[in-house]
Design a binder for this molecule. Structure first.
Ligand code: ADP
Ligand code: ADP
Ligand code: ZN
Length: 219
């Protein structure tokens, strides 16, 4: 299964992707996680990307596309769940030609739709595990022990780009650069819309229902 999760920052892509990856056994590829891991390891690419990410801007297409191509090459033979890529039209067309070169197709693009106010509420209280990258929320998905990851005991922190001014910039970038992809995939008949305004478990149920329907249609 080859899937894309699309939606504004804070829609719940990472949260849903983590659960889908374990439920369906598909590798979860998050470009945001790849950049954060590269930064943590002191990698040059990570340091360069961090500067851009902190401003709420997008990392240049040439860098992101190369990174994703290498990642997908390493996953040859398996499916994948792309979270946070593509984010621009050029990234979408680069992915199309990569798939075409390999004679592969995309199964679906899941669009998680969430209202503006809800997005801000989700992002400003998001917390991330420093060690394993698991995602929490102070109110909507609190850890069992305050400040500590349920999965690995790691310390929880707030991302630099989850501060109000940067959140506003990221939302504007989403509207300008990423929003056009909705129409692009809709025209190709690959878009599946999910109402992301409900609670985590309800959204999960709806996502699984859509995917199970897709799997049944294919077999
Ligand atoms: P994205 O990957 O789309 O940026 P995340 O999965 O990181 O979004 O979710 C953003 C924040 O909102 C996180 O703190 C997460 O715990 C929380 N969250 C995710 N889905 C929901 C939901 N359906 N309802 C409430 N909070 C949610
Ligand atoms: P969120 O889902 O909350 O928007 P991500 O973790 O997916 O955050 O991404 C964090 C940041 O990493 C983005 O704001 C952007 O700066 C950079 N980034 C991630 N994916 C891409 C991409 N496909 N193209 C360009 N920049 C990206
Ligand atoms: Zn952890």
């Amino acid at each position: 299964m080859k899937l894309i999760l699309l939606g504004p920052p804070g829609a719940g892509k990472g949260t849903q992707a983590a659960e889908l990856a374990s439920h369906y056994g598909i590798p979860h590829v998050s470009t945001g996680d790849l950049f954060r891991a590269a930064y943590k390891s002191g990698d040059e690419l990570g340091l360069k990307a961090h500067e851009v990410i902190q401003r709420g801007e997008l990392v240049p297409d040439s860098i992101v596309i190369g990174l994703v191509e290498r990642k997908l090459d390493s996953l040859k033979g398996s499916g994948w769940l792309l979270d946070g890529f593509p984010r621009t039209m050029d990234q979408a067309t680069a992915l199309d030609s990569l798939l075409e070169r390999r004679g592969q197709g995309l199964d679906a693009v899941l669009l998680i739709e969430v209202e503006g106010e809800e997005i801000v509420a989700r992002l400003k209280d998001r917390r991330i595990c420093r060690d394993c990258g698991a995602t929490y929320h102070l109110r909507f998905k609190p850890p069992s022990i305050q400040g500590q990851c349920d999965m690995c005991g790691g310390e929880l922190y707030q991302r630099d780009d989850d501060r109000p001014a940067t959140i506003r910039r990221r939302l504007a970038v989403y509207v300008a650069e990423t929003h056009p992809l909705i129409e692009y995939y809709e025209r190709k008949g690959q878009l599946v819309r999910v109402d992301g305004n409900k609670g985590i478990d309800e959204v999960m149920a709806e996502v699984k229902e859509s995917l199970d329907r897709l799997i049944a249609e294919r077999s």
